[in-house]
Design a protein around this ligand. Structure first.
Ligand SMILES: Cc1ncc(C[n+]2csc(CCOP(=O)(O)OP(=O)(O)O)c2C)c(N)n1
Ligand SMILES: [Mg+2]
Length: 276
């Protein structure tokens, strides 16, 4: 039997190394448009995608602007993501989406259109039509939009097989949640009869809350820590880093996985840059 935590770590490691190397590319000004790095938040998508692969289903996935880790965890191609970041026609969004609007039709990953939180009503509408398992990722700020809240209410009314994942990094660009609102998403969703939980991004805890996923609408407000700036390359200082914790837990095996993924991403960049 596979070790769930280790499998999640492998995916998170690919995401972290992708973002670390992309951070350098942004600093080198190889990419000139806004880039939204998901480092620090990668265990959310890595855990959910690992659980979904165990269930052997392929849900429709609606992602938000900070979506590189979601795209990679659910099987999006690294080469096509790099091409997208280089603005090429061979990119996953034909070079027109940039960092914020990546997609992968083959894996049912639908890209974000730039209107913050719009993926929530679109995802709910798609799920209402298909009645198929659907996952919607949304930021803690985007989730405040009126159209998100009303869409969550509709998913509840129609008892849709949908999972809402609030990637709660406590920030809207630089504004903390306590300045923006005096309520929590999981409480509001509960008020709309949606089963909701406020949890950490510990993979074992996320997994525990996914037991009956898609049997009814479910909302997980997952607390996480953004490693880099809202957009571009820079850090706000030293913060808790789940990846470092897991790396420590897995010791030599973790370091070997980390190194493997670093080389894999470096090779992919080299391959794509040489293609020019
Ligand atoms: C309707 C709308 N308002 C404002 C923006 C500008 N904007 C883009 S991302 C962002 C903050 C998003 O915060 P959150 O949803 O918490 O996601 P995070 O960036 O923290 O991952 C804002 C205000 C936008 N794209 N769309
Ligand atoms: Mg946020």
């Amino acid at each position: 039997m596979k070790d769930f935590r280790l499998e999640v770590f492998k995916k998170a490691s690919l995401c972290r190394n992708f973002e670390n190397i992309l951070y350098e590319k942004v600093q080198e000004k190889l990419i000139k448009f806004p880039v939204y790095l998901s480092a620090g938040q990668e265990f959310i998508a890595a855990t959910i995608s690992e659980k979904i692969s165990e269930l052997n289903i392929s849900p429709d996935i609606f992602i938000q602007h900070r979506g590189h880790s979601t795209y990679l965890s659910f099987g999006g191609s690294i080469d096509e993501l790099i091409d997208e970041l280089l603005g090429r026609k061979t990119g996953c969004a034909l070079g027109m989406g940039g960092s914020a609007s990546i997609q992968c039709k083959k894996k049912n990953i639908y890209g974000h259109d730039g209107l913050m939180g719009n993926q929530v009503p679109i995802g709910v509408g798609a799920c209402f039509a298909s009645k198929c398992p659907t996952i919607v990722f949304v930021g803690d700020s985007a989730a405040e939009e009126d159209y998100c809240l009303s869409a969550i209410g509709w998913a509840s009314t129609k008892n849709l097989p949908i999972l809402f994942v609030v990637e709660d990094n406590n920030l809207s660009i630089l504004t903390e949640k306590k300045v923006r609102r005096n309520w929590e998403m999981h409480d509001v969703a509960k008020g709309m009869q949606v089963k909701s939980f406020n949890i950490s991004d510990d993979p074992l805890i996320i997994n525990k809350h996914l037991q009956n996923v898609f049997d009814f609408p479910l909302l997980l407000n997952i607390n996480t820590v953004r490693k880099f700036w809202h957009a571009g390359a820079g850090t706000d200082g030293e913060n808790f880093d789940r990846y470092e914790e897991e790396l420590k837990y897995f010791g030599d095996e973790g370091n070997a996985i980390d190194k493997y993924n670093k080389n894999l991403v470096l090779d992919a960049w080299q391959r794509q840059l040489e293609k020019q």
